[in-house]
Design a protein around this ligand. Structure first.
Ligand SMILES: Nc1ncnc2c1ncn2[C@@H]1O[C@H](COP(=O)(O)OP(=O)(O)OP(=O)(O)O)[C@@H](O)[C@H]1O
Ligand SMILES: [Mg+2]
Length: 579
């Protein structure tokens, strides 16, 4: 919590002035009952209408001043707290942008969304409450108490019994309430996570007809939350009548004691009225302090979750980079490279790989699911950093390039790729924001996307909808390839990027890549041997290790895995026709 306060710095004036205004509000407010008492005692009892009028006018003026202070304070508190929230969100978002894949794996997307929204709102509300109540409640408490004692010390001694009683109740019930609210917030997090996961994957849920299962899962999370909330509220509901009982009890006690003083002529009726008003003030401020305390504890959890995001250091950074170094040729070398996703894990996902890919070469990569094809190529643009050995591009360790320079030169079409909301053209220009229309079109022709784009009524201006929902799987893959081509990369990596494209189009794309990008190093991961058979060399990966590498013919001759995959696929095409 304390660490987040620094984000309120631009709002330091609002944050400082607000408590002062609050003080003003309380002071004016506390005087009003005093004047009211005088109206009764001097004005009404003495039959002095003039006195009633002038004192009444003073009361109105004071009420106005109090209102003004209160309204201004509320406004400043809102500005400061909303500002704090916005700055915290901004800082988090900026840090998240620097996260590597590994950082994101650690948090999960759903949790990041919750932290960025719900948690920030909680902290923001806490800050607002603090600005408004932190000074106000204790001040109101003290002022009202002092005034009561000034009016009549003997009567006010009732407070000395009541207040310790209330504090005792708070000490007993406070921790229980806290516990229950904490549980409620935890359930709330669970519900959030469940809903987000479901909505992100709603298509999969529907496709697998898992709706009922998901509904039950949701119902459970929702019911858990409800029970937790009811249990928390139950306590609050019991607390309220108890509070009322205390208040009326106090009023009765004070009225009883005062009546004896009044009858004996030692106290005025108006003073009694004034003290009764102060009772309310005192009790309300005690409740406010208690509430603030509960809230503070609640928001501590949110604050620490926010702090985690802010403190997370990107695993992959430019610490050893030389900004002047650029990728010139696109020569890639793996030197005894090992990698595992989990630093504590025993088994290497990529296991002692040594391999040299020459600039301009086309390398096919074949291997069963989970054989670490994606992992192996992710190490080139440093989506992940090696855990052993080194990866070199043009003879330099990839860490020597800035991430920007490196990723500018290495275009990777991810296996599960996404397009963003906006037009096709907007999306393609992610590759190169200054690309001319001709360049965009050339890239799309190479990726065999031009024809289907032109078939849309709006052509390149067609809106893709969020996540690119308006195009088919194969169309999306071709757009992603075109987008990668626009970067004019030195190294192009296609990770299973034509899996949803028919074989004929697939071969046309390869043909275009060969003729349009002769000097670009191309690494093509594929499930179909046909997609890589014309590569200069083909890498056969097995369980994170290089099983073999060579041309199609060489591998057919000596690699058993390759031969088996090839024959099984050939059989498929002969029996099932071209797919
Ligand atoms: N983000 C991740 N965190 C932890 N483990 C991962 C992660 N991604 C992949 N793995 C694991 O690493 C291994 C290699 O995965 P990888 O994605 O490289 O396989 P692949 O050869 O590309 O498979 P496919 O053909 O299915 O795409 C798998 O066992 C997988 O479970
Ligand atoms: Mg993969």
């Amino acid at each position: 919590m304390g660490k987040l306060i620094k984000y309120a710095k631009p709002y330091i004036w609002q944050s400082i002035i607000c408590p002062f205004l609050m003080t003003g509000e309380v002071l004016f407010e506390v005087l009003i009952p005093l004047y009211m008492g005088r109206i009764v005692d001097i004005g009404i009892t003495g039959g002095d209408i003039r006195y009633v009028m002038t004192t009444g006018a003073k009361m109105v003026a004071m009420a106005g001043a109090s209102l003004l202070c209160g309204a201004l304070a509320a406004r400043l508190a809102a500005v400061a707290s909303m500002g704090l929230g916005a700055r915290v969100r901004e800082a988090m978002f900026q840090n998240i942008q620097t996260f590597s894949f590994a950082n994101i794996d650690r948090f999960s997307t759903a949790s990041l969304v919750t932290r960025l929204t719900t948690d920030v709102t909680t902290v923001q509300n806490m800050y607002q409450m603090m600005l408004r109540i932190f000074f106000r409640a204790p001040l109101q408490f003290i002022c009202a108490l002092v005034m009561s004692f000034r009016i009549n010390t003997n009567v006010s001694k009732v407070f000395l019994v009541v207040i310790p009683l209330i504090l005792l109740a708070l000490v007993i019930f406070g921790p229980i309430a806290m516990q229950r609210f904490k549980r409620m917030f935890k359930m709330f997090d669970g519900l959030n996570a469940s809903v987000q996961e479901n909505l992100i994957a709603i298509r999969v849920v529907k496709a697998f007809v898992r709706g009922t299962h998901e509904k039950q899962k949701f119902k459970k999370a929702n019911d858990d939350l409800m029970h937790a909330a009811v249990s928390a509220e139950r306590l609050m509901v019991t607390a309220q009548p108890m509070m009322m009982l205390t208040m009326y009890g106090t009023i009765l006690a004070i009225a009883y004691i005062s009546s004896r003083y009044i009858i004996a002529g030692q106290m005025e009726v108006g003073s009694l009225a004034t003290i009764l008003t102060y009772i309310m003030r005192i009790l309300i401020s005690v409740v406010m302090i208690a509430m603030m305390f509960v809230n503070y504890v609640m928001s501590r959890a949110a604050a620490s979750r926010i702090q985690e995001v802010l403190d997370e250091k990107p695993d992959v950074n430019d610490a050893q980079a030389d900004p002047a170094l650029q990728v010139e040729n696109g020569d890639v070398e793996y030197r005894d490279v090992c990698f595992k996703y989990d630093a504590q894990g025993k088994k290497n996902v990529v296991d002692h790989v040594t391999l040299h890919i020459h600039a301009g070469e086309t390398i096919g990569v074949i291997g069963g699911t989970g054989s670490a094809k994606t992992t192996l190529v992710s190490l080139i643009p440093r989506l992940y950093d090696v855990t052993g050995g080194e990866v070199l591009v043009d003879g330099h360790n990839v860490r020597e390039y800035t991430l920007e320079n490196l990723r500018e030169a290495v275009s990777m079409v991810l296996q599960s790729n996404v397009l963003f909301s906006g037009s096709i053209l907007d999306n393609l220009r992610w590759g190169d924001k200054n690309a001319s229309l001709e360049e965009v079109e050339a890239a799309c022709r190479a990726a065999q996307a031009h024809d289907f784009i032109m078939a849309f009524p709006d052509g390149y201006d067609t809106d893709l909808g969020q996540g690119g929902v308006n195009v088919s799987g194969g169309q999306k893959q071709r757009l992603c390839i075109a987008r990668a081509l626009l970067k004019k990369p030195k190294i192009l990596i296609l990770d299973d990027s034509t899996s949803a494209v028919d074989t004929f189009t697939d071969s046309k794309i390869r043909e275009a890549l060969r003729s349009n990008l002769p000097n670009t190093t191309k690494i093509i991961i594929a499930q179909r041997i046909n997609s890589v058979s014309d590569a200069d060399r083909i890498l056969v990966l097995d369980n994170g290790k290089i099983s073999d590498i060579g041309t199609h013919e060489e591998l057919l001759e000596r690699s058993m895995i390759y031969r088996e995959v090839y024959h099984s696929q050939q059989k498929g095409t002969i029996e099932g026709g071209e797919s």
